[in-house]
Design a protein around this ligand. Structure first.
Ligand code: NAX
Length: 332
């Protein structure tokens, strides 16, 4: 039998952690033949939630689940971790200044990054879900200088999946007929869902739907989809966020593969820039990506028109401002 993969979930006593762990233990993330060991990392207030969830995991008797450990110590939580899913954070609440938000998250993601650097497995792969996700990933990465920077990523797959779903609905096709959508920049209101290179049933998306919609209401709808879910459901996105994080890790580890026509399947992920598309080196920004051999690769060479250039620039400027603010606060 294969050796278990150690998956550390932070915020495991919260909603997204709860939605994710059963699917991970069932094999949805790493495959039906790969045993997993779950590490649930919480803060003291969240330990009971994690303990209760672990009791339910036991009651599922998942054949692939090799063990569950629960801790509130980041050192123990990340020891030997192969996959680290950083879900717990301090999201913005009403009246919170940006500096307070970044400082609170620096106090979480700095120590967690250091613990990953000190004790995680050599092949550790990190995905940050907790907001502000891109900058939290940057903070963690900066505290783990011995881990390759490419192992730190942030979740924009939920934005990507929302963008695919809303495009398919507008065009009146199945989501399986949509390809080539990209989310650029920050997981925030400035994100840019780009249809320039997208296709719908093989046709350019910008011909299949009204181009002014694609570059107007659509962008806003994708960016504000989280608020729309809150308004209708009375709570934030949970299962869809967990699903996106699972798909991000699955594609990262197992590869994005090729479509039936042999064309590589693209998706979106926030990864550390090497300067691609003019995004300053070192920022954790969302790009069009493929994955093979266990590594994300940014898809280069896509044409970027004036409209897209401006949109990408605005979101990247926000990421630079966040990076400058955490630098000024001494968090990186
Ligand atoms: P919950 O409040 O239900 O759960 C968060 C859990 O994290 C709590 O149990 C808390 O005790 C724990 N926690 C806090 N600090 C911790 C620390 N230092 N170490 C370990 N655990 C810690 O929130 P939930 O709905 O699960 O959302 C989690 C995060 O995901 C939030 O920051 C949210 O903003 C973010 N989201 C990100 C999305 C994305 O696409 N990137 C979309 C969904 C979601 O909004």
């Amino acid at each position: 039998a294969k050796a278990p993969v150690t998956v550390t979930l932070t915020g495991a006593g919260g909603q997204i952690g709860y939605a994710a762990m059963f699917r991970i233990a069932a094999g949805d993330m790493l495959g039906a033949n790969q045993p997993v060991r779950l590490r649930l990392l919480e803060i003291p207030q969240g330990m009971r939630g994690a303990e209760g969830a672990a009791m339910e995991l036991a009651d599922c008797a998942f054949p692939l689940l090799a063990g569950v450990d629960i801790t509130d110590d980041p050192g123990a939580g990340f020891e030997g971790a192969n996959i680290a899913m950083l879900i717990g954070s301090r999201p913005r609440t009403a009246g919170m200044e940006r500096g307070d938000l970044l400082a609170a998250n620096g106090a979480i993601f700095g120590p967690q990054g250091a613990a990953i650097g000190a004790g995680a497995a050599d092949d550790v792969r990190v995905i940050v879900v907790g907001n502000p996700a891109n900058t939290n990933a940057l903070i963690a990465q900066q505290h783990a200088p011995d881990v390759p920077a490419s192992r730190f990523t942030a979740l924009t797959r939920l934005d990507h999946n929302r963008a695919v779903g809303l495009l398919a609905a507008e065009a009146g096709v199945a989501v399986s007929e949509v390809d080539g959508v990209t989310i650029w920049g920050n997981h925030s209101a400035t994100q840019y869902p780009d249809l320039s290179h997208a296709t719908v049933a093989g046709r350019p998306a910008l011909d299949a739907v009204d181009a002014s919609w694609a570059r107007g209401a659509y962008i806003e709808r994708v960016a504000k989809r989280g608020a729309e879910i809150i308004e209708v459901r009375g709570g934030s996105s949970v299962a869809s966020a967990a699903n996106a994080a699972i798909e991000h890790v699955r594609d990262w580890v197992l590869g994005t593969g090729t479509a039936a026509d042999g064309v590589p399947r693209r998706t979106s992920a926030a990864v550390v820039s090497h300067g691609e598309y003019g995004v300053p080196e070192g920022l954790v920004s969302s790009f069009p990506v493929v994955s093979h051999g266990g590594d994300w690769e940014i898809v280069e060479g896509l044409s970027v028109d004036v409209f897209s250039r401006e949109r990408i620039g605005a979101s990247v400027a926000e990421l630079e401002a966040e990076r400058d603010a955490v630098r000024e606060l001494g968090l990186i």
